[in-house]
Design a binder for this molecule. Structure first.
Ligand code: ADP
Length: 435
């Protein structure tokens, strides 16, 4: 069936053509009349098409004029007018939703920034403007050109947004900002900025408190341990008193280890991480650690140092020594006599890994994700007999974070464990001089 516009057009054309031919026929020129009728129709159609084009052009510029066409072109014009009307209504509705969402986010205390797929700033709310001192001219610019902190730039480009990024504000001294990026749509990103100054201050207070208490405990502990040792050296001690003093000495040693680990952890949390970047020869370091382990009386385990010689890691020697020592000492503590402990290295694409492997008691997989938490122990009884503080792996984790590295743990109960420290290859220095 013909649509209304086309049907009207056909009807009018048939009527007009028949009338023209009839008039021509009356004068004996029906052929000429038919040709003239067709020529006039084509001319009239072209004129209407040109009118339609002008109408569409002005409609595109927002000026919807009266529809003066009829027939097929008239109907097309009317359809376009209706579509345009519907589009305007939808646009207004969407605009009101967008401005409502913008009003809502403007009321937030958290900063919100929208970055398009080319990382250019598309929009921000009032809080973001205030916190980051954003100006009107910053619209449309690449966000990393506006927020120039290298840590933010690395975080933004890394595209691993599992953890938020905490940095000090460049605008207000002492203000601590937390950035969290949420990708959405097709490559767009939503950046949430929070003022975490209060939380950071509380965290700092907690660290200071732990550091102060640990320092304050050190001196009385040294005095108590000194007296216990002097008393233990006394001749002819009663056996019960001797046993009590020996236990006091043992617990004193544990407390000293605990205090030392707490001080170490606080230092790791507060020190400037980029301060130390000297190349550390890993093979030599592992040899020293193994010698230390043997020197403190561990002749029951077989150690192998299979770390490739001539490799060095850019980092802090003291911290790396502490982390690797903790892993080797754990391997000793949690594997029975006669077991084999091997420290080896692998260089893979983009990663240098140092593995500490033992064939000891192993760990149930359910514990692995929590092992690096402070004071987390798989088996409290066994750990305390082994003399652990529960802070060793927390120290390892912090040292590794400060060296852009991660700890991977592979273990099976009864089949031993492998602790791998994975460093980015950029930290690796080849052909390190052996001393
Ligand atoms: P701890 O001082 O108690 O050893 P750590 O933080 O060093 O504390 O280790 C946490 C827990 O992880 C330990 O209590 C122990 O149960 C487990 N663990 C660590 N290393 C090993 C290992 N090589 N083999 C088996 N269990 C281990």
């Amino acid at each position: 069936m013909l649509r209304k516009g086309l049907a009207t057009e056909v009807r009018w054309f048939a009527l007009y053509f028949a009338a023209m031919v009839f008039v021509g026929f009356s004068f004996g020129y029906w052929r000429e009349a038919a040709i003239l009728a067709l020529a006039l129709y084509v001319g009239w159609t072209f004129r209407n098409l040109s009118k339609l084009e002008r109408w569409v052009h002005s409609a595109r510029n927002g000026d919807i004029q009266e529809n003066t066409l009829f027939g097929l072109l008239g109907e097309i014009t009317e359809d376009i007018r209706l579509l345009n009307h519907r589009y305007e209504k939808d646009k207004q509705r969407l605009q009101s939703i967008v401005s409502r969402v913008q009003d809502m986010t403007s009321a937030l205390n958290d900063g919100v920034i929208l970055a398009d797929r080319r990382s250019n700033i598309e929009w921000w709310n009032r809080a973001a403007k205030h916190m980051l001192a954003l100006r009107q001219v910053d619209f449309g610019h690449r966000i990393t050109n506006i927020l120039r902190d290298p840590r933010f730039q690395a975080y933004f480009d890394e595209e691993d947004y599992g953890e938020p990024l905490d940095i000090e504000s460049y605008r207000n001294e002492g203000q601590q900002l937390q950035f969290q990026i949420h990708p959405f749509g097709q490559g767009e990103r939503l950046i949430i900025v929070r003022d975490v100054t209060r939380v950071a201050k509380l965290e700092q207070m907690r660290r200071d408190f732990v550091a102060n208490v640990s320092h304050e405990l050190r001196t009385p502990l040294t005095v108590v341990r000194g007296y216990v040792e002097t008393l233990l050296d006394m001749p002819e001690l009663q056996p019960t008193l001797k046993r009590a003093l020996e236990q006091m000495q043992q617990q004193g040693q544990r407390m000293t280890a605990l205090v030392n680990d707490l001080i170490m952890l606080t230092k790791l949390e507060t020190d400037d991480r980029s301060a130390h970047q000297e190349p550390v020869n890993i093979h030599q370091l592992v040899s020293l650690i193994i010698n230390d382990a043997r020197a403190i009386g561990d002749e029951q385990h077989n150690f192998t140092n299979a770390v490739e010689d001539g490799l060095a890691l850019r980092g802090n020697e003291k911290e790396l020594r502490s982390a690797i020592s903790n892993l080797v000492i754990n391997a000793v503590k949690y594997s029975p006599e006669g077991c084999h402990i091997e420290v080896s290295s692998t260089v893979d694409s983009g990663m240098f890994a140092l593995h500490v492997k033992d064939d000891g008691v192993g760990i149930d997989p359910i514990h692995i994700p929590r092992l690096t938490e402070r004071f987390y122990r798989v088996d409290g009884g066994r750990s305390s007999t082994a003399g652990g503080t529960g802070l060793g792996l927390a120290i390892v984790k912090h040292v590794l974070i400060r060296h852009d590295a991660i700890l991977k743990i592979a273990s099976k109960p009864g089949r031993g464990s492998t602790f791998s420290c994975c460093f980015p290859n950029q930290r690796l220095v080849h052909n390190a001089q052996s001393a």
